[in-house]
Design a protein around this ligand. Structure first.
Ligand SMILES: [Zn+2]
Length: 508
């Protein structure tokens, strides 16, 4: 009876705050078992009258990390009850699905525990010092009802100060996502975080909050990051979000992009003392930041809206990952943070790495994207290739070919802008393989079959043909065991067009 009264009061309070419309799903997450590496999750949702069963699913993957993660494995202590507190029968119908017999429908309450194992950007993690909510691994969704509004309340932790997320806050520690796609796109980091000085670009605030940050010159680092955001957003010409948050997760590897945030392994250690480390970090952040355009908005048609119950395959990661790698240097160059010679050296290393991988004869770039769910994010060297390696080479070729064909009036930037405005902005969707090729060709003003054949085939790449468009000499020497050494250098004499292209891409 007491429980009933309490639930009625809670639900009245929710409703007066406008937080629990019929379609809204409400979650509370508590950190009381942080020391046991466990999240406790409460979920309230309504079941339409007459629906006798409801299926609740947990995602099997995290967009941005193209691997099956089996989040269902980590869920235990599942309970379901009606609003009066009476237990409802349920059964587990799949590894990722719980079927609840709801009786007559109405509002139901579900609770479960999520056990976490390791701090990693694609999965949830909690310990006594911080919590990283990777929403795909924490929040269940009602089957086929991803369009529901979701309210998440984070319970207070006695000694944690901050919560960082890209979600809009509607009350203290309470966040709203318009639907599940937004919820799953918005990780939440809680703990005693360090906040770096924020900056504004094109009216939008950019914040950086991180766990366990080292000592470094915060102002100078954020000045560099601001330049990166400016030069990346100048490529497209607008910023499509109201605020953006960098979530620094401490030690580790990797980063995942979202629409208005990125979660990255970051401590800032060595930023001031080691220039190469600083450049790698800035390059990594430029990559993750540029993804909010390229992959979150400019994207192969298969990459969104997502199906969270199975791998979402695409042949297009050469565009989403490969071209984002290619843009790291472009962004850093426009930001004045990299020397021309370093870009040339980077191209040289990428080409040499690719040429020395026997996998290049066995797998196409399109296949490396399609099969990444089995091969792993970086492929199986010797057997397969990585779209992180061959993808940026295609980026170079496209940029060079477009600049050459258009007398340097157009570039790959025009392709990115066209894909952004014509598909994301106007049609609110990704682009098909044909549309991507057609966009490149219409901007180049010529057929680009040669380059697109490289995406679908395993043939040798004609480096000299494209590199010479910027006056770069390609030299390959066989050293030992069939391995090659690749050397890129600038030709002694350059035409006016070559000089312009070289200057625009490298900053020479
Ligand atoms: Zn990436």
């Amino acid at each position: 009876m007491k429980k009933l009264l309490l639930l009625t009061v809670i639900s009245l309070l929710c409703c007066t705050k406008g937080l629990c419309q019929r379609d809204t799903v409400n979650f509370t997450v508590d950190f009381s078992e942080a020391h046991r590496n466990r999240f406790r999750v409460q979920m309230h949702l309504s079941v339409p009258n007459g629906e006798k069963l409801v299926d609740l699913n947990i995602s099997v993957w995290t967009p941005g990390y193209y691997q099956v993660l089996e989040f269902g494995r980590n869920i235990s202590e599942f309970r379901a009850s009606d609003l009066r507190g009476n237990g409802l029968p349920w059964q587990r119908t799949r590894d990722d699905q719980w079927r609840i017999a709801t009786g007559e429908g109405g509002r139901i309450h579900v609770s479960y525990t999520v056990t976490t194992e390791r701090p990693f950007v694609a999965v949830p993690y909690i310990d006594k010092d911080r919590a990283f909510i990777r929403p795909t691994g924490i929040f269940m969704y009602p089957d086929k009802n991803l369009d529901r509004t979701v309210i998440v309340e984070i319970m207070e932790h006695p000694s944690w100060r901050n919560i960082a997320t890209g979600l809009d806050s509607i009350a203290p520690r309470t966040f709203r996502a318009g639907d599940y796609d937004i919820l799953y796109d918005s990780p939440i980091l809680a703990g005693n975080l360090t906040e770096l000085p924020s900056f504004r670009v094109r009216g939008a605030e950019h914040r950086f909050l991180g766990y366990q940050m080292a000592q470094f010159d915060r102002k100078s680092f954020m000045d560099d990051l601001e330049r990166i955001v400016r030069s990346a957003s100048d490529i497209i010409g607008e910023i499509p979000y109201e605020h953006y948050t960098f979530l620094g997760l401490g030690m580790g590897n990797g980063g995942i992009e979202q629409l208005n945030s990125t979660a990255v392994a970051f401590t800032g250690d060595g930023l001031d003392s080691d220039p190469a480390n600083r450049l790698r970090t800035l390059s990594f952040l430029a990559h993750e930041y540029f993804h909010h355009y390229n992959v979150k908005r400019i994207r192969p048609i298969e990459l969104g809206p997502f199906d969270y119950s199975r791998p979402n395959r695409t042949r297009g990661l050469w565009l989403s990952e490969g071209l984002t790698v290619y843009y790291e240097n472009i962004i850093l160059k426009d930001a004045g943070l990299i020397e021309p010679g370093q870009i040339l050296e980077d191209w040289q290393n990428t080409i040499q790495g690719y040429e020395n991988n026997a996998g290049r004869k066995k797998q196409t770039l399109a296949q490396s994207s399609w099969n990444t769910w089995e091969d792993g994010p970086f492929g199986k060297r010797g057997e397969t290739i990585s779209y992180y390696e061959k993808g940026p080479i295609i980026g170079m070729f496209l940029d060079l070919a477009i600049r050459n064909a258009s007398k340097n009036e157009k570039s790959l930037n025009d392709v990115m802008r066209a894909l952004y405005y014509n598909y994301y902005r106007e049609k609110d969707r990704g682009a098909t393989e044909e549309e991507i090729k057609m966009t490149c060709e219409s901007i180049a003003g010529q057929n680009l079959d040669d380059i697109f054949t490289y995406i679908q085939g395993t043939g040798d790449l004609d480096y000299q043909k494209y590199l010479s468009m910027a006056g770069i000499q390609y030299q390959r020497t066989v050293i030992a065991d069939g391995k090659s050494s690749v050397k890129l250098s600038i030709q002694p004499t350059l035409s006016i067009l070559q000089k312009e292209i070289l200057g625009d891409i490298f900053g020479y």
